[in-house]
Design a protein around this ligand. Structure first.
Ligand code: NDP
Length: 327
């Protein structure tokens, strides 16, 4: 999948192009590189960042994925290893800096989970909630884009931790998932609420201790006056702003002072060292059925561009994955 035309405004399928080629890269002995067959590719909002800021026109789109090593010129990897890391949207990739790759050790869970629940979004939910939100049992927690890859996990981690959890999402089906599959205490469809402030007051009559921010814009403005004294706003993402040429302003920031709220952004890349600890916590939870997970599967690389574009309009229900090959 090639970056064909410069993105201005919203990402569209026409910015990308699926091309076929008979070339297959090679990883020479002792080159430090690995050549992999890509199996599952993640559609993350981060792909747009990579496209806009670090992909040249005419080059292959990159992003997180699960792959199998076919040739290794690196001492830490051997033929047959399964890896999770930054790869390219193509059938076979040469990864020249495999330090961005983790070897997959646990294969009793679906491999595609390593694009989401057990991959970068899962670690984002874990680090964002436990390391940045400073949660306490009984805290009231609000999560936007709650049915997505990160949101569905933050909500479940917060529930298991003993918090009261409410999420917002963009359709009735997603709201049902939040309440009935992921165990949220309450949820609402932000597209149908005429007054976001009233919806938040209905769900949090006493106010919000923790806001896990995924969307920004109007939602952030509505949340600010509903924060409790000494509340925490953890800024994970602002997806409503990514496709705008000019970012929207926020009007209610003064509440940070009045309510003594701590608002803190974070990047998962600062927490990669916690990946083993995260797996230690989450793998047993998955095996014991304590964590539910929903994926939205697009079959075939040729359906990748539409799947990626869909993430920015909420077409995905759960983690959007592109299957390149199942073996
Ligand atoms: P999702 O799987 O949640 O997909 C994105 C979802 O965002 C869509 O399904 C849609 O759900 C919602 N959305 C899309 N456009 C808008 C909009 N204009 N306004 C409101 N909601 C919108 O993605 P992830 O779970 O992977 O990512 C969630 C957030 O976390 C993103 O902001 C992402 O950038 C951020 N992130 C940050 C990281 C970090 O290190 N700080 C790492 C990983 C992710 P709906 O139908 O509910 O609108």
């Amino acid at each position: 999948v090639i970056y064909r035309e410069k993105v201005q405004g919203s990402l569209k399928e026409t910015h990308l192009e699926v091309r076929t080629s008979s070339e297959r890269p090679k990883a020479d002995k002792d080159s430090g590189a690995i050549m992999v067959k890509n199996l599952y590719l993640a559609c993350d909002p981060y792909n747009l960042h990579l496209i806009k800021f670090s992909t040249q026109l005419g080059s292959t789109v990159s992003g997180y994925g699960v792959a199998r090593v076919l040739e290794s010129g690196h001492p830490n990897f051997k033929k047959g290893d399964l890896v999770l890391g930054l790869t390219r949207w193509e059938e076979y990739s040469l990864i020249t800096a495999p330090k961005t790759c983790f070897k997959i050790e646990h294969t009793d869970v679906p491999l595609s989970y390593y694009t989401g629940l057990l991959g970068m979004p899962g670690l984002t939910a874990y680090a964002g909630f436990f390391e940045v939100c400073s949660p306490k049992k009984g805290d009231t927690v609000f999560i936007s884009a709650a049915s997505g890859a990160v949101g569905q996990l933050v909500g479940q981690f917060a529930k298991l931790f003993g918090c009261y959890v409410v999420g917002s999402a963009g359709s009735k089906e997603k709201v049902d998932l939040l309440k009935n599959k992921f165990g949220f205490d309450d949820a609402f469809n932000y597209k149908e609420e005429l007054d976001l402030d009233a919806a938040l007051k209905r769900c949090f009559p006493e106010g919000i201790d923790i806001y896990f921010e995924n969307v920004g814009g109007k939602m952030l403005d509505a949340v600010l006056p509903n924060m409790k004294l000494h509340g925490r706003i953890t800024v994970c993402g602002m997806i409503s702003q990514y496709n705008l040429e000019q970012h929207e302003g926020v009007h209610n920031l003064i509440n940070l002072i009045w309510k003594r709220v701590r608002m803190e952004g974070f990047s998962v890349s600062d927490f990669y060292h916690l990946y083993p600890k995260f797996l230690e916590m989450v793998l047993p939870q998955i095996r014991e059925g304590k964590i539910a997970y929903t994926e939205d599967i697009a079959e075939g690389l040729e359906n990748g561009p539409a799947a990626l574009v869909g993430v920015f309009s909420g077409r995905n229900i759960g983690k959007q994955v592109v299957v390149v090959s199942r073996k």
